[in-house]
Design a protein around this ligand. Structure first.
Ligand code: FES
Ligand code: FES
Length: 181
């Protein structure tokens, strides 16, 4: 049995017909072709599927899609700012914080939620925020380095924005998103 759900994803209202049992992750990937959120374990263990619901990280593989109705969904595709990478994406690139990249979208979303609440997290704060995000490749050090640096960049932004050029308005998808797997 299918049902129609109306979702707000990365600021856009989307109406989609999905099987009633679909999770949010299945809806994103298979009904909406938003494949940035990864399907790793598919049972709530790895964090690869992390998205934000009303600013809070959730595991979309164990979140029924109906729980996302009426809430703001942010996926990695919506993280980049108009015309530029999000500072977290830029820092992951500069610090070599992604290797295979499979964990990266989930890491970015957990980190984005952290930095929205804590502008100057300690390394332990960052470790705690990433506790549900597993990485098989990096050993985590580069990821923590990158998030620390992104926090520094974000703290410096208000001053920079006052002097800087006006924002570019062309939308972009997140280049840090790994290819469809
Ligand atoms: S795919 Fe959701 S926690 Fe692993
Ligand atoms: S970069 Fe490969 S799992 Fe994290």
């Amino acid at each position: 049995m299918h049902s129609i759900v109306e979702l707000t994803i990365n600021g856009d209202r989307r109406e989609v017909g999905v099987p009633a049992h679909y999770t949010l992750l299945e809806t994103l990937r298979y009904a909406l072709a938003l494949t940035g959120s990864k399907q790793g374990c598919d049972k709530g263990d790895c964090g690869a599927c992390t998205v934000l619901l009303d600013g809070q990280p959730v595991l979309s593989c164990i979140t029924p899609v109906h729980e996302a109705v009426g809430r703001e969904i942010l996926t990695v595709e919506g993280l980049a700012r108009p015309g530029q990478l999000h500072p977290l994406q830029d820092a992951f690139e500069r610090f070599g914080a992604a290797q295979c990249g499979f964990c990266t979208p989930g890491m970015l979303m957990s980190a984005a939620a952290l930095l929205a609440e804590n502008a100057e997290p300690s390394r332990d704060d960052i470790r705690r925020a990433l506790a549900g995000n597993l990485c098989r490749c990096t050993g985590y050090t580069k990821i923590i380095d990158a998030i620390e640096d992104a926090a520094r960049v974000l703290r410096a932004e208000p001053a920079a924005a006052a002097d800087g050029p006006p924002p570019i308005v062309a939308p972009v998808l997140a280049p840090a998103t790994p290819p469809k797997m």
